[in-house]
Design a protein around this ligand. Structure first.
Ligand SMILES: Nc1ncnc2c1ncn2[C@@H]1O[C@H](COP(=O)(O)OP(=O)(O)OP(=O)(O)O)[C@@H](O)[C@H]1O
Ligand SMILES: [Mg+2]
Length: 674
């Protein structure tokens, strides 16, 4: 990391001059985009140094005082012992010790239940540096900016009049690096890192959670005063900060005059359909959140305590309060124009970071400026980020030379779309396990492929299908794969299998070739067709349908409902997402569309039309389905190019064309369109 020019200039006699305010301001401004400020020359380091000196002065004073007392005692000693001990009756002593222990036990219990559950890490105990955080550059830059403001807090406040950021909320899916980055920040900042898991604040004793929260913030303030600054980290804050009942769920957009048009891209596109069907909840207005709102009535006190404590960083210390109390007493005797001033309260320099997977369910009051005023969103890394992560993790894992090839690493970054950093790390670990299983000490590309297959579609379970079932499943899956190859040349066919994996008897796994954020109508239609093609193949080859396509229909219905009710792709431009208060506004978008007669009819019409189209396509290309089916019956599982090889060979083979069939499909040569 490059060092910004925040060092004070040396003076003429060779010693370092104390940094002036403007030099520090220069440092802060110069650090923009350059990296983390050097702690020793930033405000945090300067105040730490000042406190260290004060500590030495106090210690020296105390030692001198002790020496003086001992000296006085030595010169005035009159024949007794140097340190006189009082004589106590042993019976009385036993009673005193017994009751003393009893009291200590009771007090101890009280103190333990109110003890802060945090763990303090010193910067030198943390091994994670900012260089170990890769693939999330946007987030990293934002966080480094906040860190610099924390380090140069006085300069920012006194010279620029700003209010330093006090709270950062890290939100994002599991494994996206929230804790990892917070650790790296603590190391780079060079201040104590007070880590606490929100669940450890919970207690079975009434009021104990609030006490623990108070103790935690007290420890934070104390550490910050001692060391010039401290970073607090609350892991999974949603455990104690769920929205209280009756508090408005959004503090951001409403009331603002700006019109913000959110483009959702592919966030609600097919990949999430199955999950959405199982759990229609999502977002602040979801049924899940409402349940929490009701439950949180009992924990409202904890949220309130958190809200109060988040504003306690400017509170005076005990000594300052005592001094203030004395000054108040003295002022009672003084005329108004002679009143003494209470001492200035120096705010504690604290950066509090909270991490959560569910920022939308947090109490809105926590998210207002002055509390967690900066929300940092950790998304799944894009392809370039995944490539950096692959390089980062492979640097530590034994691998063969083929994985040093940049093109191969690019492929790995491409096929891990939707993976979080920890998933990529885990994938490579699983690949290493595969290598060990083979009796090798280095992982190969084949190990990675095998690990990915297991991660994405599960372990194969050998089950004994009847001959008819095997043929039926092979035909069904071949229908999907043929339709995908014909209608969606932009998709990558990954696995075609009739081996039972998880709950699927057979499956076609296919994905986007590149990271995509939007889809066209044609692409959406292709997705619907691919999922309906299995049933069509069954009808064409067996003249009947089985229970197999249940999951396919779920997927197709979800996709079609989104097209009809959210994306305006089927004639109507009405968005069902706009329905806010009605009997079916609590359901997800699919539920809203299907609950409306006209929406349901449009979905049905769309599905039937797509089915007719894809069935005609498969009928015209029976030879492709047959070729894949035979290959599947023989090999049971085809991976990546194996699928396309079979299709390409079958398409290239000369066949007698029915003259009633029309010409060749534009996307692929040698295939027949209906
Ligand atoms: N950007 C990254 N660069 C390198 N490694 C990463 C990155 N993000 C995550 N990791 C790896 O993934 C592991 C898990 O990440 P981390 O614990 O930070 O996830 P998280 O977002 O806090 O998840 P959760 O929400 O479940 O707490 C880290 O220990 C680290 O090894
Ligand atoms: Mg975490």
């Amino acid at each position: 990391m490059t060092e910004p020019h925040a060092e004070p200039a040396p003076s003429h006699d060779g010693t370092q001059a104390a940094p002036t305010r403007s030099a520090r301001l220069d440092g802060l401004i110069g650090a923009a985009g350059a990296g983390v400020l050097r702690m020793s020359s930033a405000d945090v380091g300067v105040s730490r140094e000042a406190r260290r000196r004060t500590r030495w002065v106090k210690l020296t004073g105390a030692v001198w005082l002790l020496v003086a007392v001992l000296w006085l005692r030595a010169v005035t000693i009159d024949g007794g012992s140097f340190i006189p001990f009082p004589t106590i009756d042993p019976f009385l002593l036993t009673i005193i010790i017994f009751f003393g222990l009893l009291l200590a036990l009771m007090a101890g219990q009280q103190l333990m239940s109110a003890r802060s559950p945090h763990v303090v890490y010193r910067p030198e105990q943390i091994t994670t540096t900012l260089d170990d955080v890769v693939g999330i550059d946007g987030v990293k830059d934002d966080v480094v900016r906040s860190l610099n403001l924390f380090l140069a807090h006085k300069t920012f406040r006194d010279e620029m009049g700003g209010t330093p950021r006090r709270g950062l909320l890290f939100e994002g899916a599991p494994g996206t690096g929230k804790t990892h980055l917070a650790r790296a920040m603590a190391r780079e900042a060079g201040v104590p890192f007070l880590f606490v898991s929100a669940t450890s604040f919970q207690s079975m004793w009434y009021g104990a959670s609030a006490k623990k929260i108070r103790s935690y913030f007290k420890a934070l303030r104390k550490a910050a005063r001692k060391e010039g600054g401290a970073i607090g980290f609350i892991e999974e804050i949603d455990a104690i900060a769920m929205s209280r009942g009756g508090v408005a769920s959004s503090m951001t957009a409403h009331g603002s005059s700006a019109i913000v048009s959110g483009c959702h891209g592919t966030t609600c596109l097919p990949a999430s359909y199955a999950a959405a069907a199982v759990s229609p909840a999502g977002g602040a207005s979801s049924p899940g959140t409402q349940t929490n709102a009701l439950m949180s009535e009992g924990t409202g006190g904890v949220v309130n305590e958190l809200l109060v404590q988040l504003q306690s960083f400017d509170d005076p210390t005990g000594a300052q309060r005592l001094r203030g109390w004395f000054i108040d007493r003295i002022n009672l005797f003084l005329a108004p124009d002679r009143q003494l001033q209470r001492p200035d309260v120096v705010p504690s320099n604290i950066l509090l970071i909270a991490a959560t997977n569910r920022a939308d369910s947090l109490d809105p009051a926590l998210l207002r400026p002055g509390r967690f005023d900066r929300r940092v969103t950790f998304d799944m890394p894009a392809k370039a980020g995944r490539r950096e992560l692959v390089d980062h993790f492979l640097a530590k894992k034994a691998h063969t030379a083929e994985l040093d090839d940049p093109a191969q690493r690019d492929v790995l970054a491409g096929v891990t779309q939707g993976y979080s950093p920890v998933m990529i790390e885990h994938l490579l670990d699983e690949a290493l396990v595969n290598a060990v299983r083979r009796g090798e000490s280095q992982l190969t590309w084949a190990d990675v492929e095998r690990a990915r297959l297991v991660e994405e579609v599960g372990m194969g379970q050998p089950v004994g299908y009847t001959d008819h079932e095997r043929r039926l499943i092979a035909t069904h899956e071949s229908g999907h794969a043929t339709a995908a190859w014909l209608t969606a040349p932009h998709r990558r066919l990954e696995v075609l299998t009739i081996v039972k994996r998880r709950s699927a008897l057979g499956m076609l796994a296919h994905g986007d070739r590149e990271d995509v954020f939007t889809r066209s109508r044609t692409e959406m239609q292709a997705l619907v067709q691919i999922s309906l093609a299995g049933q069509c193949a069954e009808e064409i080859f067996f003249g009947d349908v089985s229970t197999g396509p249940g999951g396919d229909l779920l997927y197709a219905t979800n996709a079609a409902a989104e097209m009809v009710g959210a994306h305006g792709m089927e004639g109507s431009l009405v968005s069902y997402a706009a329905i806010q208060t009605s009997s079916f506004s609590d359901t997800n978008i699919v539920g809203r569309v299907l609950a409306d007669d006209r929406g349901r009819d449009a979905v049905e019409g769309l599905l039937q039309a797509q089915k007719r189209e894809v069935k005609a396509l498969l009928e015209a290309n029976r030879h492709l389905v047959e070729a894949l089916r035979d290959a599947l019956l023989e090999r049971e599982e085809l991976v990546g190019p194996e699928i396309t090889d079979v299709l390409e060979q079958a398409a290239a083979r000369p066949r007698v064309l029915d003259l009633t069939e029309s010409a060749v499909a534009p996307a692929r040569s040698n295939v027949v369109l209906p």
